[in-house]
Design a protein around this ligand. Structure first.
Ligand code: UDX
Ligand code: ADP
Length: 475
């Protein structure tokens, strides 16, 4: 079977970049990305490429090359499903907020809705690919729904048949395009080798075959969760050691380098920081926790749950120590938050440590000035909706005598006037070149810098006259 028409349901952080790269690499395939969110689709179709709904280095260049040629964004879900030989399901799967499994299990209502739409509108033979991160055995749910459609059309002219594949996404935000163009591996899980080959042939256009791993459905689903769980576990491990460093006089950067030089451990993902964020790590671990509890494996559940617990603790311990260093109170104190995205080079704030730390500080009565090169005021407003918050617009003439409020500042240089502390929370490049001497001149004294990302040069900051706290720095 030759794939000519792809439909991707869900135009988000995964669907958008993934389909852009497939369209760019396979110009003989029509790629339609559909979404129920009209506003999001309008942004994908905006003539101003700065207005794309997600920021990802290298993305707008691909959109410019392919959009309206073999890559199209629309809300024509029924029509595009009907026309497709292959359908990617790339919708959101957040952690359930209520009901059975609340706080741990993934909410599959969007995936199920997609499967039902596919069952209804697809024609002939269709390969359905799970792209969203899903709990193990979700492919079973999709198959069951599609199976009903197969049975009911069996003896008609409009006979429908399906194959279901799992093809988890391993892209990291901020480097998504690069990760898609040069992946460490592409994982395809499925039952029908012909369907697996169809998808493999698409990737073979730019990925060497030895990097395309073929597994059964359940291994593929579990490998995705496990990959993220292992990465997150490394971050919680190194963050736990950062706290020991601060007590003992050791330096976490030196410890990371020393352990990372062991080829069995490896040097990547050993940067201690304010805790992991992003839409995947916490959700995927909680999925493993839920699965383990479901299968009667409480020890396994509690092992993985501790990774998330440590991550939450790391964020709150940073908030607490900021309050402590600023004489136990943040009332009438102006604090500059540098970075609101969960990591650099993305505008995504899902599970961002900056969100939790900002909320903690607002609850202590701080006046925050928030800067981020890519996150909008609207997004920050949405994220910080807590009762104590009084968002201010316009920026400038603000008195800092009210408790718990924030403002967004777009110009980095205008952030520091009369500030008591600067907290570096996202490792954006522009924060690495801050002229601390100039900043010190504008701040109230004593002035503090809290560097949770190890991006400052400590001697420069201290020489400028500032007090410096760095993550995992015991000196
Ligand atoms: C992750 C996985 O890397 C990717 O394979 C998967 O498909 C989706 O989830 P993402 O969440 O986009 O990607 O970013 P990632 O680079 O993994 O970072 C996750 C979080 O860990 C960020 O908050 C980051 O700042 C933090 N991190 C990462 C550290 O604190 N220290 C590190 O050494 C690395
Ligand atoms: P991810 O990071 O997994 O890509 P996002 O939240 O960025 O998650 O994107 C998921 C997208 O899926 C959203 O734009 C949402 O509107 C879309 N979506 C959810 N359910 C459906 C559906 N049934 N049909 C079409 N699009 C959907």
């Amino acid at each position: 079977m030759q794939i000519k028409n792809i439909c991707c349901i869900g135009a988000g952080y995964v669907g958008g970049p993934t389909m852009a790269v497939i369209a760019d690499k396979c110009q003989n395939i029509n790629v339609d990305v559909v979404d129920i969110d009209l506003k999001r689709i309008q942004k994908w179709n905006s003539s101003n490429l700065e207005e794309l709904p997600i920021y990802e280095p290298g993305l707008k260049e691909i959109i410019q090359r392919c959009r309206d040629k073999n890559l199209k964004f629309s809300t024509s879900i029924k029509e595009k499903i009907n026309n497709a030989d292959m359908i990617f399901i790339s919708v959101n799967t957040p952690t359930k907020k209520k009901g059975f499994g609340a706080g741990k299990a993934s909410d599959l209502k969007w995936v199920e809705a997609c499967a039902r739409q596919v069952a209804l509108y697809a024609s002939n033979h269709t390969i359905v690919v799970e792209k969203s991160t899903l709990p193990v055995r979700t492919a079973g749910v999709i198959k069951e729904i599609l199976n009903e459609s197969e049975i009911s059309t069996k003896n008609s002219n409009l006979k429908k048949t399906f194959d279901v594949l799992s093809n988890p996404e391993f892209l990291a935000e901020g480097s998504a395009i690069n990760d898609l163009i040069s992946p460490d591996r592409v994982l395809i899980g499925g039952e029908n080798p012909n369907a697996i080959d169809c998808l493999a042939q698409i990737y073979q256009k730019w990925v060497p075959d030895e990097k395309i791993l073929r597994t059964n459905l359940w291994s593929s689903e579990l490998a995705k969760l496990t990959s993220n769980a292992f990465l997150a576990q490394r971050i919680s491990s190194i963050n736990s050691i950062s706290a020991i460093c601060e007590e003992t006089g050791a330096d976490i950067r030196e410890v990371s380098k020393a352990i990372g030089s062991d080829s069995r451990i490896g040097s990547k993902f050993l940067n201690s920081g304010p805790g992991f964020g992003g839409s995947c790590f916490k959700k995927d671990i909680l999925n493993i926790v839920y699965l383990s509890e479901f299968f009667g494996l409480p020890e396994v559940a509690s092992f993985w749950e501790s990774v998330v617990r440590l991550n939450d603790w790391q964020q709150h311990r940073i908030s607490k120590l900021i309050v402590r260093k600023l004489f136990g109170t943040l009332s009438n104190k102006k604090i500059v938050i540098l970075g609101f995205a969960f990591k650099a080079n993305t505008n995504d704030t899902r599970e961002s440590p900056a969100k939790n730390i900002s909320k903690d500080l607002l609850e202590e009565g701080a006046s925050l000035v928030i800067h981020d090169p890519k996150v909008s005021s609207d997004q920050i407003n949405f994220d910080l909706k807590i009762e104590s918050t009084k968002p201010l617009t316009g920026g400038k003439n603000i008195s800092f005598d009210l408790e718990g409020k924030w403002q967004k500042e777009n110009n980095l240089e205008d952030c520091f006037k009369d500030a008591d502390a600067v907290i570096l929370l996202t490792e954006w490049d522009e924060y690495k070149n801050i002229k601390w001497e100039k900043v010190f001149g504008q701040m109230r004294k004593p002035s503090w810098v809290f560097d949770t990302r190890s991006i400052t040069n400590p001697s420069e900051v201290r020489k400028a006259g500032l007090n410096l706290w760095r993550i995992g720095d015991g000196l």
